[in-house]
Design a protein around this ligand. Structure first.
Ligand code: GLC
Length: 624
């Protein structure tokens, strides 16, 4: 193999335009910039030198196969280590199970050393170089990463960029008065500036952590704390923060991490008079960080977490001059929101409008992470403009969705819990598991077999949607066996204030056994159906993430449709969001590329009667 220093230099040359001009724009005027720039380059060379040989080979392999994460065999599974398998060593015993689901990407929820006590589910990190001792050691993570790679699975972990725990060594030094460390955070002598910023900031946790700043009487200072009091925002205007975080990212990459989930990136840059979300500098920082990993750990991807409105989320893939140069993956929270909205209203008009108007058919060097539920709440990211385009009020629709999924709206099938109700804005978000929000919990409480069957079909509809839209579909632990809400969090002091714990249950291995031994039980049907959908996805080349996704208007509000346009032929994906049969004219299907009337999802032929195709309630097909 060519001398590996030469490879580093080639990669540096390739990505230099993404790195130095960004840093110069961000930090060029900072007095420490010239020396920190040298430090960064030296750190990068050192990280490359230290990179294990097997990972260097993986870098080359992925340089040669840059579409590896867009392929239809990609399927993610996301879990809390303790809730799924006890600890990192325990995860090994579950790999056969994950393989049996077809999983090729494993996201361990926050696993770096958190602060003691309430740590916001691990997102309050006090040491980025150590694993949470309750889960194991960095050595255990490396062992797991190797075991995963042997099975063709990649490893994703969280890297929190916006803040550290107030117990982090940097924060402790800052609190003790060290000027250099104070400058890594955002300290204020009085509340004048915090008050001025708060004019335009949006509260993230208004219920239990109101405001975006915290006053510490012991040091007489205010500190910027967007999320919880114990999460101190980093000062990304200081180049030292960039260098320190880049160093940590490379350290984790060299432990065998394939995907870094960059947490809460929207909040990284502050500007007076704005929401301090998704400011242009955020994208320069993310593009530069992407260049750093691309040079020193080319196989590593960045998944950027920004749960924002439609137009804003696309910027995390890099728009305009950053196109194709920022996140490789970003959460498609709008697809999730539209799924739940259409399921409640049984009308796909808004979904068709939003996904067609705001989302391009193709992305460059990137794809979505598609999901129906995650570990966070659902915020109804529906704009007044989009609702208005369909002739209704955004505020009223958002309130309706919260009421519907809380279960208080007359006739609702869902059971959920409110999260962070904000009387000032009328905003209320929703927690709940996929199965409970889809109606299984209520149906089982009513012991109603028809309702149970309907809930199962809703769950499979959601899976068929995220499996085919384009992107890496993510299964949240337990959704494959339809786990319902876990109310136990109310009795855990450090969780009871945070209803998101309702949908972070422990894995129920007994339920899995029942699902396996009784395939006709609701959990059995969901497990069988989920497996089937992802097996069919894997066998359907049109679902490659690089192929265009073109939203089609069926003219029937019950139906949502898109084409996946592959060079050889087009796949037409159709979903019935209503609870009644729907009929689609054969000519419409033919006009939309269907020729051999084969359903790649069921694997069978579809029949037309009088040139009409009949779709059952909550039905879904992928037609060629
Ligand atoms: C992200 C996480 C969420 C956490 C927040 C603050 O949004 O997904 O769980 O509360 O960041 O770290």
């Amino acid at each position: 193999m060519t001398d590996t220093r030469e490879i580093f230099d080639l990669r540096l040359a390739r990505s230099a335009p993404d790195l130095w001009p960004m840093l110069a724009q961000l930090y060029g005027d900072h007095p420490d910039y010239p020396s920190l720039r040298d430090t960064l380059l030296a750190d990068m060379r050192a990280a490359w030198k230290a990179r294990p040989a097997d990972l260097k080979t993986l870098d080359l392999q992925r340089d040669l196969e840059p579409d590896w994460f867009q392929r239809p065999d990609m399927l993610g599974y996301v879990f809390y280590i303790d809730r799924f398998a006890g600890n990192l060593a325990g995860v090994h015993d579950k790999l056969d199970y994950l393989e049996s689901l077809g999983v090729t990407y494993v996201h361990l929820m926050p696993c770096l050393k958190p602060r003691p006590g309430d740590s916001d589910g691990g997102y309050s990190v006090m040491d980025y170089r150590r694993i949470n001792p309750a889960y194991g050691t960095m050595g255990d993570l490396q062992t797991l990463s190797k075991a995963l790679r042997k099975r063709g699975m990649s490893l994703c972990i969280d890297m929190v960029l916006n803040h550290t725990a107030k117990e982090h060594a940097w924060a402790k030094k800052a609190r003790a008065g060290d000027a250099a460390h104070r400058d890594m955070y955002l300290f204020f002598d009085d509340d004048t500036l915090p008050k001025a910023y708060e004019q335009t900031l949006i509260e993230i946790f208004p219920d239990n952590a109101p405001g975006s700043f915290t006053h510490y009487p012991d040091i007489g200072k205010w500190v910027w704390t967007t999320f919880n009091e114990h999460q101190w925002d980093l000062n990304w205007a200081n180049p030292r923060v960039f260098v320190e975080i880049a160093r940590i990212m490379l350290f984790l990459a060299n432990k065998g991490v394939d995907v870094l989930r960059l947490d809460a990136v929207a909040f990284m840059w502050k500007r007076m008079g704005t929401r301090c979300q998704s400011e242009p500098e955020v994208h320069m920082i993310l593009r530069a960080l992407r260049a750093v990993t691309r040079i020193c750990a080319a196989s590593v991807l960045h998944l950027e977490e920004a749960i924002v409105g439609p137009a804003e989320m696309l910027t995390y893939f890099g728009r305009g001059e950053h196109d194709g140069r920022e996140g490789n993956l970003a959460y498609h929270n709008n697809l999730m929101v539209q799924f739940w909205s259409a399921l409640a209203t049984r009308d796909t008009g808004l979904m068709t409008h939003v996904l067609r108007t705001h989302f391009p058919e193709n992305l460059t060097n990137a794809t979505y992470a598609t999901y129906i539920r995650c570990h966070d709440d659902i915020g109804w990211a529906i704009t007044d403009e989009d609702a208005g385009a369909l002739g209704f009020s955004g505020a009223a629709h958002r309130t309706y969705l919260s009421d519907f999924y809380e279960g208080t709206f007359e006739g609702s099938f869902a059971r959920g819990a409110l999260f962070q109700e904000n009387p000032a804005t009328g905003d209320k978000r929703i927690s709940g598991t996929f199965a409970s929000l889809a109606g299984l919990e209520l149906a089982q409480a009513n012991a109603d077999p028809d309702q149970i069957e309907t809930a199962v079909q809703r769950i499979l509809l959601g899976n068929a949607l995220i499996a085919s839209y384009g992107g890496v579909p993510l299964i949240y632990m337990g959704d494959e066996i339809a786990l319902t809400n876990d109310y136990g969090y109310l009795h855990v002091p450090e969780h009871s204030h945070d209803s998101r714990w309702i949908h972070r249950p422990r894995m129920d291995w007994d339920r899995l056994k029942r699902a396996q031994s009784d395939p006709d039980s609701p959990e059995g049907q969901v497990l069988r159906g989920t497996r089937h959908i992802y097996a069919r996805r894997k066998a359907t080349p049109q679902l490659h993430g690089a192929h265009a996704c073109r939203i089609r208007d069926t003219g029937n509000p019950a139906l949502f449709a898109f084409q996946r346009i592959a060079p050889a032929n087009t796949l037409l994906c159709l979903f019935n969001f209503s609870q009644t049969w729907q009929h689609v004219p054969g000519h419409w299907l033919r006009d939309n590329g269907v020729s051999d009337f084969h359903d790649a999802l069921s694997g069978g032929a579809v029949d037309l009667e009088n040139d009409m195709f009949a779709m059952p309630p909550l039905g879904r097909v992928w037609l060629t």
